[in-house]
Design a protein around this ligand. Structure first.
Ligand code: 13P
Length: 250
């Protein structure tokens, strides 16, 4: 049985004192869950959050990293730097980064490889635009993005990659994919992984859904056969609301 991983993506929100307060409020609310709880936050929050989350079941992640270890890349943060303060997860290739910061399938692949090199767990985002969806290209786009992101990884690394299927038209819009639709897309990603790396590997890969997840729709989505939890934006900014998503079974 795959575990459920519920990850918050705070995007460019939350100051360190807000991050600390959030974790202090969230920790007792989620302490008994069997689901994996992850918060992905701005770099400036990470160190404070890691200290506050010590002795809790809350894992901390970044939202991006550079693929090089060190060098003349002004403004960038490397996987080695994240690992040095004990960050555990890193989001790679979020559609906002692909759209506004020129991330490509190639840089995503380099970053995924670098994440493994430095012992970080990558959460790789894939998803189609509204135009691609309307043109009937959803499966083609998301399976290609997945294939290119995972290119050159070992089977073991693939099995330890988390994929977040986030249809771009569902992000921050209040529109959610139907549970059947999301499950179907996620199955197509899993089938592609099975084709390349074998069914056993594919069966082990955690594939999340993201896009307007909230406490009122989390249960129906996360109970689907292939949806292994979620990557949550807006609804991860309030500890009480996020805790309900983490404990979606209740
Ligand atoms: P929303 O949950 O705000 O739609 O954002 C989804 C997302 O982009 C998570 O990475």
């Amino acid at each position: 049985m795959r575990r459920k991983v519920i990850a918050g993506n705070w995007k460019m929100n939350m100051l360190p004192n807000e991050a600390i307060n959030f974790i202090e409020e969230l920790a007792p609310l989620v302490k008994d869950t069997k689901n994996e709880v992850v918060l992905c936050m701005p770099y400036t929050d990470l160190f404070y959050a890691l200290l506050t989350a010590q002795n809790t079941n809350i894992k901390i992640g970044a939202q991006n990293m550079h693929f090089e270890e060190t060098g003349a890349y002004t403004g960038e943060i490397s996987g080695k730097m994240l690992k040095s303060i004990n960050v555990e997860y890193v989001i790679i290739g979020h559609s906002e980064r692909r759209q506004y910061f020129n991330e490509t399938d190639e840089t995503v692949n380099k970053k995924v490889k670098a994440a493994f090199q430095y012992g970080l767990k990558p959460i790789v985002c894939v998803g189609e635009t509204l135009e691609q969806r309307e043109a009937g290209q959803t499966e083609e786009i998301i399976t290609k993005q997945t294939e290119l992101a995972l290119k050159g990884l070992t089977e073991n690394q693939v099995e330890n990659t988390i994929i977040a299927y986030e249809p771009i038209w569902a992000i921050g819009t209040g529109k959610t994919a139907t549970k059947e639709d999301a499950n179907h897309s996620i199955k197509s990603i899993r089938n592609k992984i099975a084709q390349i790396y074998g069914q056993t590997v594919a069966n082990g890969v955690i594939i999340q859904y993201g896009g307007s997840v909230k406490s009122t729709n989390a249960k129906e989505l996360f109970e689907m056969s292939d949806i292994d939890g979620g990557l949550v934006g807006g609804a991860s900014l309030k500890a009480d609301e996020f805790s309900k998503i983490v404990k979606f079974e209740n």
